[in-house]
Design a protein around this ligand. Sequence first.
Ligand code: HEC
Ligand code: HEC
Ligand code: HEC
Ligand code: HEC
Ligand code: HEC
Length: 231
Amino acid sequence: MNKNTATRKRQHLAYILGIAVGLIALAVLLSPRYDKFHVRGPMNSGHDTLKCESCHQDAPGTLRQQIQANLRYVLGLREHPVDFGHQVVTNENCLACHERPNDRHPVYRFLEPRFLKARDALSPQFCVSCHAEHKGQRVTRPDIDYCVNCHKKTRLRKDPLDVSHERLIALKRWESCLGCHDFHGNHMMKTAKTVETIIPAEKIRAYFQGGASPYGTERRYQAKKEVDHDR
Ligand code: HEC
Ligand code: HEC
Ligand code: HEC
Ligand code: HEC
Ligand code: HEC
C-alpha cells in the first residue's frame, strides 16, 4: 500500500470515529433522562398545558440498539439511520389534535409534483415549517407574502373585490392576501371585499407572535387537549 492510500485510510477512519463519537454524544443528549435539563424555550400559543409525550414519543428500541443501528448506517452496512431517544415530531403528531377536514391548505396536498418549486421555497408540506415549537409564538414563519409561490394564476370568474384579484396580483400586492384571508380557513368570518379594509401587516404579525386573532374568535374546529391513542 503506498503512502497516499495509507493516509487516506487513516483519514477515513478518523472521520468515522469522529461521527461515531458525535452520534454517541447526541444519543446521550437526546436520551429521555436529560429532557428536563434543556426544554428549549417557552411553548407556543395554546400549548402550555400539553404533556411532552403528546408530541415526543420514544423511539423504538433501546438506546444501545439505536446506537448500534446508527453505527452500522455510518459504516454503510445499513440503508437508513434510526431515531435516537425520541422520534422526530411529524405532521401526524400535530394532526392527532388538529385534524380539520376542510383545511383549505391541507399539508398532504403539497406532496403533489406541481408544488415542487413551492416545496423548495417553503416546505409547506410540514406543519413545523410555519409552526416551529418551543418559540413562544403561534406562527413562526414571519413573512406574509409567500402566497406568491402558488397563487400567481388565481383568478375569480366573478371577482367581488373593488380591486380584483387579477389586479392585486399584477400589482404584486402579495402582502394583502392574509389581510383578507386566514390561511387554514378555520375562522368563521366574513371575507372583506374592499382594499381599504385589509388588515394591516402589524396586526397579522402580532397575531403570529401570540396576540389576538384579527380574524375573530369563532372557529369551526377546536383542538383536542389530549391525543386519543386509540386512533
Ligand atoms: C406541540 C408539540 C410539542 C410538545 C407538546 C413538546 N414539544 Fe419539544 N419539540 C417539538 C418539535 C416540533 C421540536 C423540533 C424537533 C423535532 O422535530 O423533533 C421539539 C424539540 C424538542 C427538543 C430538542 C430536540 C431536538 O430534536 O432538537 C427538546 C429537548 C424538547 N423538544 C423537549 C420538550 C419537552 C421537555 C417538552 C414538555 C415540556 C416538549 N418538548 C413538548 C414539539 C413539541
Ligand atoms: C395534545 C394535543 C395537541 C397536539 C399534539 C398539538 N396541539 Fe397545537 N394546540 C392544542 C391545543 C389544545 C391548543 C389551544 C387551542 C385553543 O386555544 O383553542 C393548540 C394551539 C395551537 C396553535 C395556536 C392556535 C390558536 O388558536 O392560537 C397552533 C398554531 C398549533 N397548536 C399548532 C400545532 C402544531 C404545529 C403541532 C405539532 C407540532 C401541534 N399543534 C400539536 C393541542 C395540540
Ligand atoms: C405555509 C405555512 C403554514 C403551514 C405549513 C401550516 N400552517 Fe398553520 N397557520 C399558518 C398561518 C399563516 C396561520 C395564521 C392564519 C390563520 O389563522 O389561519 C396559521 C394558523 C394555525 C392555527 C390557528 C388558527 C386555526 O386554524 O385554528 C392552527 C391551529 C394551525 N395553524 C395548525 C397547523 C397545523 C396542525 C399544520 C399542519 C397540519 C399547519 N398549521 C401548517 C401557516 C401555516
Ligand atoms: C404551497 C402552495 C400554496 C401556498 C403557499 C398558498 N396556497 Fe392558497 N391554495 C393552494 C391550493 C392548492 C388551493 C386550492 C385551490 C386549488 O385547488 O386550486 C388554495 C386555495 C386557497 C384559497 C381558497 C380556498 C377555498 O376554500 O376556496 C384561498 C383563500 C387561499 N388559498 C389563500 C392563500 C393565502 C392567503 C396564501 C398565503 C398566506 C396562500 N393561499 C398560500 C395552494 C397554496
Ligand atoms: C380585500 C379582500 C381580499 C384580498 C386583499 C384578497 N382576497 Fe381573495 N377573496 C376575497 C373574497 C371576498 C373572495 C370570494 C370568496 C370568499 O368570500 O371567500 C376571495 C376569494 C379567493 C380565492 C378563492 C377563489 C375561488 O375560485 O373560489 C382565492 C384562491 C383567493 N381569494 C386568494 C387570494 C390571494 C392569493 C390574495 C392575494 C393576492 C387574495 N386572495 C387577496 C377577498 C380578498
